[in-house]
Design a protein around this ligand. Structure first.
Ligand code: FE2
Length: 189
């Protein structure tokens, strides 16, 4: 497997940890237990900064482009589906954050937080499975070695230049904090 897809897959594992924490927190809220509104805002910060920032930037800006250049159709193919799902994910995240901001003042906000958090989690789980199980193996077969090396270099460039030093680590720490907080809300019950 090429280095670039491996990098993306290890980022998927981090995203999955946050998805799980988000599901736990949303279910707790659904059972009528209090969950800090900031939990959902922090989770949306993670999604925006890491899943959409660090991660989807590599997929959309580099890997998907390389696949299309190597012959994968831009419309009607797996790349179009992945792009559409990224867009859906952004919409769920925006709606979750917007509802979380109203959680303490608007009685309708709770249902909206829960619904959008769970929709996001469900969407991303199956999305990640498709990338890991179908798209990335296709990329490994389709991209010539030279192109694979270019993709890896472009990923490193994104990490260093666009995302910035220490940002990746900051989000890893945030993922861990969200995981701990979600586990804590359960043991408190
Ligand atoms: Fe991905």
């Amino acid at each position: 497997m090429m280095e670039a897809t491996q990098m993306l897959m290890s980022e998927h594992r981090v995203i999955e940890r946050v998805i799980q924490a988000l599901e736990i927190a949303a279910k707790r809220l659904d059972q009528g237990s209090p969950v800090r509104p900031g939990f959902f805002m922090d989770a949306s910060d993670f999604i925006k900064g890491f899943a959409d920032g660090c991660h989807h930037k590599k997929e959309e800006g580099v890997l998907f482009k390389a696949l299309v250049e190597s012959g994968m159709p831009i419309q009607g193919g797996p790349v179009a589906v992945m792009l559409y799902e990224h867009e859906q994910g952004r919409a769920f995240t925006r709606a979750m954050r917007e509802a979380a901001e109203r959680l303490e003042t608007d009685p309708t906000a709770r249902a909206a937080v829960i619904e959008n958090a769970l929709e996001y989690a469900g969407l991303l789980r199956q999305h990640i499975q498709k990338e890991d199980g179908v798209l990335f193996p296709m990329a490994d077969r389709l991209l010539p070695l030279e192109k694979q090396q270019q993709v890896t270099e472009d990923f490193e460039h994104i990490e260093q230049e666009e995302t910035g030093e220490g940002v990746h680590e900051k989000y890893l720490a945030l993922a861990e904090a969200l995981e701990r907080e979600a586990a804590h809300t359960v043991t408190e019950a």
